[in-house]
Structure formats: C-alpha cells, structure tokens
Design a protein around this ligand. Structure first.
Ligand code: SAH
Ligand code: F3S
Length: 482
C-alpha cells in the first residue's frame, strides 16, 4: 500500500519536473489598451522562466490567461463571453486546462471573479505578475489563487518582455504605469493604481536591445506619458522632497524623448497616451527637433464643453485645449492629431454636445475614438452622478460626432493625395497578399504593391488614392532611412 502511494508521488514529482522542462503550454490573449498587450509580453517572459512556452492553440494549452479591460461595461461583457468559450473548450476538449484572468477586470472584481465565473482558477492584478509562478503552483495543487495587490514601485523594469505575435519591426515599451488624474468617469486609477515612472536606463537598454534585434519603431506607453518623471524612484508628488542631486539629474518626458531619439536617429518613435494637461511646450519642441519622432499626437479631450470638462475633473478648459492644438500645429505643421471623446456624460445638454462638435471642427483631427458614456462602479461619477442622458439621445449624439469626425478626417486624408511619403513596412495588407501595409509619420495606413521591398524597409510611397482610413499608393524607391 505504502509503495503504491510512493509510486504515485514519484509520478507526480516526475510530472512536475517534466513540466518545468519547458513543456507547459501557455495561451495568452489581451483585450483593451496597448498597455495590456505590452503587459502580456511581460507575463509571457515571467512564465517562460517558469517553464511555459506560448501556444496559439487554446485546445492544447495547460494554462489560459486573458488580460482584461474594464474601461466600459461592453469591454467587460466581451471578456465574459470569451470565458464562455474557454468553458466550452475545457468541457469538450481540454479538461485539464487552468484559466486565469489578468489586468483591470481582475483588479476590479477581485475574489468575486471566482464566484461569478466558475471557469476562473486564478485572478491577478496588473502589479502582481511576478507572483504568477507561485499562484500557478497553488492552482496546480488544486487551490484557486488571487493576488490583486497594487504597488507604488513595480514597473517591471527588470523584465525583458517576450515579444508576442511580433512583426519584428514595431514594439511597445512601457515607460509609466498607473494614473493619478482621477477623471471622474474613469476606472483606471482604481485598477492600475498610482502613477509611477520606469527607470530611464532600463527603458534605454530595452530600446537598444530592440534595435539590435532589427526593430525599426518603438511606441512608448503609459496611461499618461507626458507625466513621466524619473528621479531615482518614488511617486511624482514626492519629487519636491528629492535631493538637489536627484532634482538636477531628473528625466522628464521631453528629456526622455530626446534621449530615445538620439539613441538611434533611424529608429522611429511614437508614444501614447498624452494628457493635454501634462503636455509641455518642451515635448512639442522636442518632437519638432527630431525627424525620427513621428508627427502624430493622440490627445484625448473627452468633451468640448467647459461645464462637462469640469464635471469630468479634466484639468483644462476647451479654450486652453484649442490653444494647445493651435500651438502644436504652429510648431509642427502637418502633424496629425487624434482624439478620444465620451458622449452623453451625465447632465450633457444639446449645448454641451454642440460645443463638442465645434471643438472637433476647430481642431481638425485626423481620427478619433468616440464612445457613449458607460457608468463605471466605484468611480466618482458612478457614485455621485445619475447616468441621465437617455440611451437614444446618446446614440444620436454619438452618431453626429462620428459623422462630423469622419468628414473632417476624410478632408485631412485628402491633403496627402499626390504626395510622396516615407512608409515603414509592417506587414502584408489584410486585403491583398500582393500588397504591403505600413504607416507614414502621421500614422496613416498606406497599402502598396510589394515589388522587391520587404518587411522593415523604409520606402518612399506616392499616394494615389484613399478609402475611409487607408491610402493606396505605389513605391518609388527606398528612403534614405534604411
Ligand atoms: N489616459 C488617457 C485615457 C485612458 S482611458 C487620457 O488622458 O485621457 C481610454 C479612453 O477610454 C479615454 O480617453 C476615454 O475616452 C474612454 N473612457 C474611459 N472611461 C470611460 C467611460 N466610463 N465611458 C466611456 N468611455 C470611457
Ligand atoms: Fe483615466 Fe483620466 Fe487617467 S481618463 S487613465 S483617469 S487621465
């Protein structure tokens, strides 16, 4: 009898050793913002150390992780539907697979997730990914596991991300985490915690490594990149107590951009997201100074009405915002601007709505992300303000905003027709195997015949035509950036 138990234990042990020998399969997918996609690459790296290889087949995964988004109710519903799919796969094909949820929804729902979705074994918030190997061990021992502790320091600066589904040309590099702005509609400060910046040297060495592997473009990521400040660690609000030495050697976002741009003049640099209230003239001047910093700014505004901006706790007026965009156009002619807009925030009137339409017309954005207000539990607006704009009104106003933006965006696109612009080839066009797809500096997608060019080439492309969001062109030769 004893022997049998021993043997079974031995089997277990062998199994674990075998698993550690790089045989466990991880299926990981991400929803929501670019930050989630970047975080999943950090997670894949942490788990690679723990013996997991990634797979793109759900059916063969030992562990399924989904990096979730809570920004709107619809985003959460999408995840719940996806969990049903995992459930079906587990029931019919892969009974041993374990399922974990990461990211904002994990942080928001915490232990409740385990009760609400029986398929879930593991709940891990955005600052707890280094604990994953321990949590997974718990799950393998038959216990469910939760870690949703938020941190004031964690930036994963020491983790070298495993690039997932990479084209080998463009990569994300996180530079800040969390957000301190407390816009009243937004769940992010609750799910991603306090804002903190990553060590400048670790950013630069990640970028140097990417360059050595042949990458041609990086996007610096954060909820609020313009607020970047590295002075040796610590929260931004504590900077006032920093030593003189720390103060003189501190790196703000403009300085960081400058350093990254100088690291390799051929590397393209993008960044997202900017918050208008933290955007400095220095940043705009730095963008103008370096050819390799792309001429596109995503500058969410959320509303064109001062009354609504105030209720949203955005720290600027519509006039200040328009002054900022005027200045940007002056310093960087030809730059593309894009926006995020929330339609139907509590108490929004027709007059507020007209102000939003007016602002879009004034700024002349290239494109935008426009959504109806979605009340988020726990936020100030969720607790204090009635979601009182009727669904039909929200829907109509949203359509009006989308229509105005679409017309203006199309006018902006038409300005490129007939011009020859530098494009970095990223991938084969979704619609045709015979065409490449890549972006110009403004971030417009351009599609053109492949000829002898290859992925990662910088090519001058003459723009002949445009659809709603994409240009069609023809290559006229390599650019001098190769
Ligand atoms: N840091 C960015 C925003 C990050 S959240 C900034 O500075 O604005 C991404 C976008 O989601 C926001 O810009 C906003 O337009 C949208 N969003 C956030 N909360 C929302 C809500 N409750 N309802 C609808 N859209 C929301
Ligand atoms: Fe959200 Fe406002 Fe921060 S939109 S991410 S709280 S800047």
């Amino acid at each position: 009898m004893e022997k049998i138990i021993d043997e079974s234990k031995q089997g277990e042990q062998l199994n674990t050793i075998h698993k550690k020998g790089n045989s466990r399969k991880l299926f990981i997918e991400s929803y929501g913002c670019q930050m989630n996609f970047a975080d999943s690459e950090v997670v894949a790296s942490i788990l690679a150390q723990d013996g997991f290889n990634t797979t793109d087949k759900l059916e063969e995964a030992d562990l399924v992780l989904v990096n979730t988004c809570s920004i709107r109710d619809k985003a959460e519903q999408t995840i719940r539907k996806r969990l049903q799919k995992y459930n079906a796969v587990k029931r019919d094909i892969n009974p041993n697979m374990k399922v974990g949820v990461l990211g904002c929804m994990a942080e928001r729902l915490k232990e409740k997730f385990l009760e609400e979705e029986k398929i879930v074994d593991l709940v891990v918030g955005p600052d707890a990914y280094k604990d994953l190997p321990n949590l997974i061990a718990d799950v393998e021992d038959g216990r469910s596991a939760v870690n949703v502790l938020l941190s004031k320091e964690e930036t994963y600066a020491d983790i070298s991300p495993v690039r997932l589904q990479s084209n080998g040309v463009t990569a994300f590099v996180s530079i800040t985490r969390g957000c301190d702005n407390m816009c009243t509609f937004c769940v992010v400060p609750f799910t991603r915690g306090r804002e903190r910046s990553r060590d400048t040297q670790s950013i630069l060495s990640e970028i140097t490594d990417l360059i050595s592997k042949g990458y041609k473009e990086v996007t610096l990521l954060g909820q609020n990149v313009d607020s970047y400040l590295w002075y040796g660690g610590g929260l931004k609000k504590d900077f006032k107590n920093a030593s003189e030495m720390q103060k003189t050697t501190a790196v703000d976002f403009a300085k960081l951009l400058d350093m990254v741009a100088l690291a390799n003049p051929k590397l393209r640099i993008r960044f997202s997201t900017s918050n208008p209230q933290d955007m400095s003239l220095e940043v705009i001047r730095t963008m103008a100074m370096h050819k390799n910093i792309c001429k596109h700014l995503h500058l969410p505004v959320q509303s064109g009405s001062n009354r609504i901006l105030k209720k949203m706790n955005r720290q600027h007026t519509r006039e200040e915002y328009m002054e900022l965009t005027d200045t940007i156009y002056q310093i960087i002619p030809g730059i593309a601007l894009s926006q995020d807009m929330i339609i139907g925030f509590p108490t929004e009137t027709e007059e507020d709505h007209q102000d939003t339409l007016d602002l879009i017309k004034h700024v002349q954005y290239d494109y935008g992300f426009m959504f109806s207000y979605s009340e988020r539990p726990g936020t100030l607006a969720g607790r204090k303000l009635d979601d009182d704009v009727p669904f039909e009104t929200k829907k109509r106003r949203l359509q009006e905003v989308i229509d105005v933006q679409r017309t203006i965006g199309h006018e902006q696109l038409k300005k490129h027709l007939g011009k020859t612009e530098e494009v970095l080839i990223e991938k084969t066009s979704k619609k045709s195997d015979a065409h490449w797809a890549g972006r110009n500096t403004q971030s417009n997608m351009i599609v053109f015949p492949k000829e002898h060019y290859k992925i990662g080439d910088f090519v001058n492309v003459k723009i002949n035509d445009c659809t709603t969001a994409t240009f069609l062109g023809e290559a006229v030769g390599h650019s001098d950036n190769n």
